[in-house]
Design a protein around this ligand. Structure first.
Ligand SMILES: Nc1nc2c(ncn2[C@@H]2O[C@H](COP(=O)(O)OP(=O)(O)OP(=O)(O)O)[C@@H](O)[C@H]2O)c(=O)[nH]1
Ligand SMILES: [Mg+2]
Length: 341
């Protein structure tokens, strides 16, 4: 990872020359500070399970009743050895009284964390409750903090495995299994991603500033419309407001040399779908953490993040509770994952 970071620095150096010193200073400062993150969302939406899947923690989860009652922290390091603190919080929706206290907690973490994830579970479509909670948090943190908080907030859609417009694909390779969506399920998840993102942020989208490190020639970025601008250090490209697929497609055609920055900002303007159960898209969640954090901390995840994929041990797949097919005509099991070596 350190080499990856140096490579990236060299690339930035070639592009922006004299500004390298300011970028280096920024990175040095960022490295000393732990990256802090937290996850919000309704009870049972799978927050703790997601953290367990990403960080290998063993926090309690419950199949029936609200489980996490106090904030609990995973204190670890990213792949470059830099400190990361991830706060797993209680879920809202447990009771009116508990929610008041939990929303106070959320307001606290909203202003103190570098990045916040808001979890929706894929097999639901209700958003009013979460929207009301977001408004309460905003009213508690005040107008000044609002923009910063919203810009650091990402939406994750959990339990993607619960969406199966057509079967998920399990590719066994020795002791490992790669789990992928079928085309239809990928499309359904893509629609969910837009639905929950737009639903949660609603009119607030106009206030959201997204930013990404500049890796292309800055000259190419000068021609972008007025809702894009470069930070003073010329290290970041910033954008304020909503950024949908149509606009993204138009801008890429008009500004092909700015493709890298535009695609990173576009990715930040969408929810990411994942599944702790299938270990699906967990790397994409880490990318979200990195992209939405302030400063140069996105570099800290850098190239250590492989392309989003899903890998599970075969032994784990056997324990997923997949259906068993039984033929009543022959009185035989036709398919049982547990019977496969
Ligand atoms: N199908 C499926 N179920 C999941 C997934 N992640 C979590 N679950 C289940 O969802 C239920 C709730 O999971 P938790 O991780 O405890 O949810 P939580 O959001 O932390 O809940 P609170 O702590 O009460 O806020 C458990 O039964 C989990 O097994 C997933 O990716 N897929
Ligand atoms: Mg929990």
């Amino acid at each position: 990872m350190k080499d990856g970071l140096l490579d990236l620095l060299r690339k930035i150096e070639q592009k922006i020359g004299s500004d390298l010193l300011s970028v280096k200073k920024l990175i040095a400062k960022e490295r000393k500070r732990p990256l802090t993150a937290a996850i919000f969302g309704q009870t049972g939406s799978g927050k703790t399970s997601l953290i367990n899947a990403i960080f290998g923690t063993n926090f309690d989860v419950d199949d029936v009743k609200p489980c996490t009652k106090e904030p609990q922290a995973h204190r670890g390091h990213d792949s470059a050895g830099n400190p990361v603190i991830f706060w797993d919080l209680p879920g809202i929706g447990e009771s009116v009284g508990a929610d008041q206290a939990y929303l106070d907690l959320y307001a606290h973490y909203a202003t103190t964390c570098d990045v916040v994830l808001w979890a929706f579970q894929a097999d639901t479509r209700t958003i009013t409750y979460d929207c009301t909670a977001l408004e309460t948090i905003i009213s508690r943190i005040g107008a000044e903090e609002k923009e910063k908080f919203l810009s650091r907030l990402s939406v994750v859609i959990t339990k993607a495995d619960a969406v199966s417009n057509s079967p998920w694909i399990f590719a066994k390779n020795g002791e490992n299994v790669t789990i992928a969506t079928s085309k239809e399920t990928a499309i359904a998840l893509g629609r969910k991603a837009v639905y929950f993102y737009d639903g949660l942020f609603g009119a607030h989208q106009a206030d959201i500033v997204r930013r990404t490190f500049i890796t292309s020639n800055p000259d190419a970025l000068m021609k972008l419309p007025n809702d894009f601008w470069m930070s003073n250090s010329k290290a970041f490209l910033c954008h304020k407001g909503g950024f949908d697929e149509t606009r993204y497609a138009e801008l890429i055609v008009a500004n092909p040399s700015a493709r890298d920055e535009l695609s990173r900002i576009y990715e930040q303007s969408k929810a990411v779908c994942c599944s702790a159960k299938y270990a699906f898209n967990l790397n994409a969640v880490k990318v979200k953490l990195a992209q939405n954090s302030e400063g140069a901390s996105m570099l800290r995840f850098g190239r250590s993040i492989q392309k989003a994929g899903s890998n599970l041990a075969w032994a784990k797949v056997k324990g997923l509770g997949l259906p068993v097919f039984f033929d009543r005509g022959t009185n035989q099991v036709i398919f049982d994952v547990e019977a496969i070596d």
